[in-house]
Design a protein around this ligand. Structure first.
Ligand SMILES: *Cc1c(COP(=O)(O)O)cnc(C)c1O
Length: 396
């Protein structure tokens, strides 16, 4: 191979990126189930702890299997460096907390995953960090909030659960002018359909629990960005606070990544068929899928995303009663708050993922009692449409 991994196509990066074979020359990535590492002599241990040599010392700091996964994801994302964490929330919390202190100011889009919302709205303010939430769709609101200096901007696009978009390029420019770094939670787009770093963001986070594992087996997260940020700012926080992922889970994800493109492409194609079908149903309101021309920010989706996401949301006019009747009538699609899975999953955000918000907070996010979030999986789209059809009829 003459080309560098960063110049490979994504499919090649997903299968071969970061592969580091042991002297046994195994085909598949090796699983290093070890918490520690040994030294030939005391001098070698001392040199390792002084940082004079580059080697593994303890798996809370690093592990060869985890390292392969970090390299593979960094190559895929076009990032200089990556660290994997035990959950998506550990990635997001670490990416924020490692660089914030009392007195700092954070501006974030209001439409965030429930736990991310809790960090920004409740946990950070308790520690003397000023946080301001804006309507992420409204550039004028970002401009007003960023007319004062800020340390950090945090956003999610498309957002959970109703797939609102933020103009990552425009917001990154405003953020940088205000002195802030931009952190993007890129779960809904997946690393395949949106490249926040190319759009101007500084740090990207994932819940790898979602499409990256994609088969409902484990929890994990990732933080990606410039080498200086990852190694000098994030790493000291990460190593001391124990956000690390297990080697076994990292190994499962290395195998998962081999099929990420196949899975996400098929899930997204299925989502496209379902969106077309749902758009024609009388009962279905406020369909939100970024790949469908009916999405209010379809132009922005075309500019910053290269695929429509495997997630969508829609609303039923009869509120919670009708939403529950619809969910209870589903025969194939499971009721679950997870997403990005091979199995299609549906949930009622107002009573599950976003139940900890007040009614006013949900109103501000436009999450209604009639909203359903759908994560489209790998089943045949004919079977999924048949299930949606009979459930809509049952809910009438
Ligand atoms: C699931 C999710 C998270 C949290 O990830 P965990 O792996 O559950 O900790 C954060 N952001 C988004 C958008 C998510 O969907």
């Amino acid at each position: 191979m003459t080309s560098e991994p960063k110049n490979w196509k994504k499919q090649t990066q997903l299968v071969r990126g970061g592969l580091d074979r042991s002297p046994n020359r195994e085909t598949s990535e090796a699983l290093y189930m070890t918490s520690g590492y040994v030294y030939e002599n005391a001098e070698e241990a001392e040199a390792a702890f002084r940082g004079d040599t580059d080697r593994f010392v303890y798996s809370r700091y690093g592990n060869p299997t985890v390292r392969m996964l970090e390299e593979r994801l960094a190559i895929l994302e076009g990032a200089e460096a990556c660290r994997m964490t035990g959950t998506g929330m550990a990635a997001i919390f670490g990416a924020l907390a490692c660089q914030l202190k009392a007195g700092d100011r954070v501006v974030a889009s209001r439409a965030l995953f429930g736990a991310c919302y809790a960090i920004v709205a409740h946990i950070l303010p308790r520690w003397g960090i000023e946080t301001e939430l804006v309507d992420g769709r409204d550039l004028a609101a970002w401009e007003a909030a960023l007319s004062r200096p800020a340390k950090l901007v945090f956003l999610e696009s498309p957002s959970n659960p109703i797939l609102q978009l933020v103009d990552i390029k425009a917001v990154s420019e405003l953020a940088h002018a205000a002195g802030a770094l931009v952190v993007v939670d890129n779960v809904f787009a997946s690393p395949l359909y949106q490249a926040p770093l190319e759009l101007g963001a500084d740090i990207v986070t994932y819940s790898a629990t979602k499409h990256i594992d994609g088969q409902g087996r484990l929890l994990a997260g990732a933080v990606l960005g410039k080498r200086d940020f990852v190694e000098k700012v994030f790493l000291p926080f990460y190593r001391q606070t124990g956000a690390v992922v297990s080697a076994f889970n990292a190994w499962v994800m290395l195998k998962s990544l081999e099929t990420l493109e196949l899975r996400v492409a098929q899930m997204t194609a299925n989502a496209g068929r379902l969106a077309d079908w749902l758009a024609d149903q009388k009962l279905v309101e406020a369909l939100a899928w970024p790949g469908h021309p009916s999405h209010p920010q379809y132009d922005l989706a075309c500019r910053q995303m290269s695929g429509g996401s495997s997630l969508m949301a829609f609303q039923l006019p009869g509120g919670k009663g009708q939403a529950f009747a619809f969910l209870n009538a589903l025969q194939l699609i499971d009721i679950s708050n997870n997403l990005g899975d091979a199995k299609s999953l549906a949930c009622h955000p107002a009573s599950t993922t976003h139940m900890n918000l007040t009614q006013e907070e949900r109103d501000a996010l436009e999450i209604t009692d009639g909203h359903i979030r759908l994560s489209v999986g790998l089943e045949h789209s004919d079977d999924l449409i048949a299930d949606l059809e009979q459930a809509l009829q049952a809910a009438c």
